[in-house]
Design a binder for this molecule. Sequence first.
Ligand SMILES: Cc1cc2nc3c(=O)[nH]c(=O)nc-3n(C[C@H](O)[C@H](O)[C@H](O)COP(=O)(O)O)c2cc1C
Length: 334
Amino acid sequence: MANLQTTYLGMPIKNPLVAGASPLSQQLDLAKQLEDSGVGALVMYSLFEEEITHDSLELDYFLNRGTETQPEAQTYLVEPSKIVTSGDRYLEQLRRLKDALEIPVIASLNGSTRGGWISLAREIEAAGADALELNIYSVRADPSLTSDLIEKTYTTLVHEVSSSIHIPVAIKLSPFFTTLPQLFSRFEKAGAAGLVLFNRFMQPDIDIETLEVNTRARLSSPSDLTLPVRWIALESPRVNVDFALSGGVHSATEMIKGIMAGAKVTQVVSKFLKNGVQSAMGMLRELNGWMDAHDYSSIDMLHGVMAEDRVGEATAYERANYLKALRNYQEKFV
Ligand SMILES: Cc1cc2nc3c(=O)[nH]c(=O)nc-3n(C[C@H](O)[C@H](O)[C@H](O)COP(=O)(O)O)c2cc1C
């Protein structure tokens, strides 16, 4: 049996299969089943800024409402200490997960503004999270914002959060930035310990009958893997952080590709939502079988063997491949 042990964000983990951020972590029994099925670590669903803002607006309204009416109305007001906000619920779930599980639990914050993220990050650390994933998820549609300003704002956020807590911080981002290599370097300098490639926007779709815009979560397929694989293969030899691949991992084959490209771990969500959390067992069995059959005795041996610096062709993951792919395609039909 191959040795599947590895490290991620400085933490030893028993294997590189990580349950990615999803509603699965909202239920303790499902999280426990994920652990029992063998996953090496669990990322919690994200706590979103909008939820906190919404809660605090509601709280303000709630607390101020009675002050303009009769004095006795004050007695109907709930004590602030008894009001449970999304932030409180999130921290409580984190504590419950930490009590119930032995694997590392990585919390996730959706940070797009500087606001209260530092205090939330500190509370998450105090509640026992082993690491924090900062989920940079927002569509910047304002035409007056320059790419440099957007990237600087995110970099400042990363710096402020990672220098305020002692647990490692990984940044999960989308591929829609002007210059990913530049941004990765900025994040590394700002203190990020890891990069999670990539987040998945919930793309809006138009219903032509009802004239409504639907935003439904679409599950991935293995064909989604090529984008994160390319960027991890290109950037893992250059940027000194741990890369996690997120997007399109449905079997050991995609795990192997991700690790070969240079990912320390591969995160899985769609597969578990589609086929159940127990499918982790089959993936790990398959990974072990493949490694034994190909004489890889450890994950370390597999790590980065197909990263750009190791494939021997400097531009393999860049433009040259585009030309080659087009030529090969034409040759088939001409
Ligand atoms: C229903 C659903 C909920 C998700 N919730 C979160 C979330 O709260 N935070 C986050 O960073 N990513 C979230 N994601 C994105 C996943 O963590 C993951 O990045 C994405 O689904 C790609 O991985 P996959 O191909 O294994 O599904 C969610 C995805 C789905 C399908």
